[in-house]
Design a protein around this ligand. Structure first.
Ligand SMILES: [Zn+2]
Length: 260
């Protein structure tokens, strides 16, 4: 109902620019909805007021259901510099003329590579088109590796993305106590949490993360892409339903979820 699809958004682009000047009524009106599609690993396509792709690691991702050229978006968000997150961000951003939103140290090389970028930092928010993006803390590392060299990638981050509904993409992270603060401050409608272990939280930690966040709807990510992060998402779902009032939805790569 009233789903602001790309077609309508784009045909109303000029009208929206005028409307935006009034700075009211654009966020979280009744009837807002988002279609969220898992592109495997930590990659998601969020089709809300704008279409946002997060961490588009598609080339080299054995479970990716689409190719970079198939991704149509308005905004690209990148949580950190590791290749399984930065992935195809630059080529997707260029093809779609979509800005890359990332921490300064990730945005700078993306800009050198020819992408439009918005380099921000943890704790801050920005409005891009009709989407509000807040960068959150994540406990993880971040660097670019290539040509035998390692280049610093700033701090790893997560995002609260409000494009209609509000989604927390935790990025790669350990569980941390301030997830409670994120839950209180931003009250996300849905949390995307890594459960793969080894590089990030495993099932026990991610279950605690759900308790801390208090988010009603949860989708697990960053598992079963490679053997080293093999997990049973059903175990996570069972743990969460035993310990919290939250509901876990398990997607297969390429599957979508409708968030009202
Ligand atoms: Zn990762």
């Amino acid at each position: 109902m009233n789903k602001p699809g790309r077609e309508r958004l784009h045909s109303n682009w000029k009208a929206r620019l005028v409307q935006k000047g009034k700075a009211s009524g654009l966020h979280n009106g009744p009837g807002d909805a988002m279609k969220l599609t898992w592109l495997g690993h930590a990659a998601f396509l969020l089709e809300g007021k704008d279409t946002v792709v997060v961490d588009p690691f598609l080339t080299g991702n054995p479970v990716a259901p689409v190719k970079p050229a198939d991704v149509k978006c308005d905004i690209v968000c990148v949580t950190h510099a590791h290749s399984d997150h930065y992935g195809n961000a630059v080529e997707i951003a260029k093809r779609n003329r979509a800005p890359i939103v990332a921490i300064l140290e990730v945005a700078a090389p993306a800009q050198v590579a020819g992408a439009e970028t918005i380099g921000m930092n943890i704790g801050g928010s920005t409005e891009v088109r009709d989407t509000k993006i807040t960068m959150t803390n994540a406990i993880h590392s971040s660097c670019f590796v290539g040509d035998g060299k390692v280049q610093a990638g700033g701090s790893a981050a997560g995002f609260i993305i409000e494009s209609g509904p509000k989604v927390y993409h935790a990025g790669d992270t350990a569980a941390f106590g301030d997830m409670r603060l994120l839950g209180e401050l931003y009250e996300p409608d849905l949390a995307l949490l890594p459960i793969g272990d080894f590089f990030t939280m495993g099932i026990a930690e991610a279950t605690k993360a759900v308790e801390l966040l208090g988010t009603r709807r949860v989708i697990p990510m960053h598992y079963n892409t490679f053997d080293i992060i093999k997990q049973d998402p059903g175990e996570f779902k069972g743990n969460v339903s035993r310990k919290t009032k939250s509901e876990v939805t398990i997607l297969k790569p390429g599957e979508s979820y409708r968030l009202e």
